[in-house]
Design a protein around this ligand. Structure first.
Ligand code: IMP
Length: 174
């Protein structure tokens, strides 16, 4: 499997250093508050687990799952919520944690649904942003890295369910 990684885009050290910075920013911004953190499965699991261990405020953790690419490298255009939250988020400070924003379709649909439930605040923290591929405009409050139009895997991101366990983010050889 390692043989099909063209190159390392973001090393383990680089990722962790950036998550340290994001953690500090979130600790400042939510000082005195508490967060309901929503992990968008499955790609954000590893980012989420590293991020929340840098946060000082009380956190409750929830998961959601929306359809992503399946076995393809392009999103299909229609997004389905496969697993929803099982609690009320009204009046809460909600932070959605995402692995990568590509076309923006998945996040746009997810945010619409969450906004409808009247959280007090709704913010997004995405490890990666591929703005050149955007189809729907999305405001990302906290971004780890802006990247070029590569298909990347590792650190939670997959291709056909593989490569999630890599500690770095690599460009997949097409
Ligand atoms: P979007 O709806 O096109 O923004 O796609 C978002 C979802 O597609 C992400 O949460 C990922 O699951 C997946 N995705 C987008 N780009 C990549 C990539 O480069 N590698 C792996 N998964 C990706």
């Amino acid at each position: 499997m390692q043989g099909t990684i063209e190159r390392v885009l973001l090393s383990e050290e680089t990722i962790h250093a950036r998550i340290d910075e994001l953690g500090k920013q979130l600790n400042d911004d939510y000082d005195g508050g508490q967060i309901l953190a929503v992990c968008l499965l499955k790609g954000s699991m590893i980012f989420m687990s590293d991020l929340i261990r840098r946060l000082n405020m009380p956190i409750t953790l929830e998961v959601m799952r929306a359809s992503s690419y399946g076995q393809a490298m392009e999103s299909s255009g229609s997004v389905k919520i496969l697993q929803d939250l099982d609690r009320d988020i009204s009046g809460m400070d909600v932070l959605v944690v995402e692995d990568i924003v590509d076309t923006g379709r998945t996040l746009a649909k997810t945010l619409d649904l969450l906004r409808f439930r009247k959280p007090k605040t709704l913010k997004v923290c995405s490890l990666l942003d591929k703005p050149s591929r955007r189809v729907i405009s999305i405001d990302i409050d906290y971004t780890g890295f802006v990247i070029e139009d590569h298909f990347v895997v590792g650190y939670g991101l997959d291709f056909d369910e593989h490569y999630r366990q890599l500690p770095y983010i690599g460009v997949l050889k097409l």
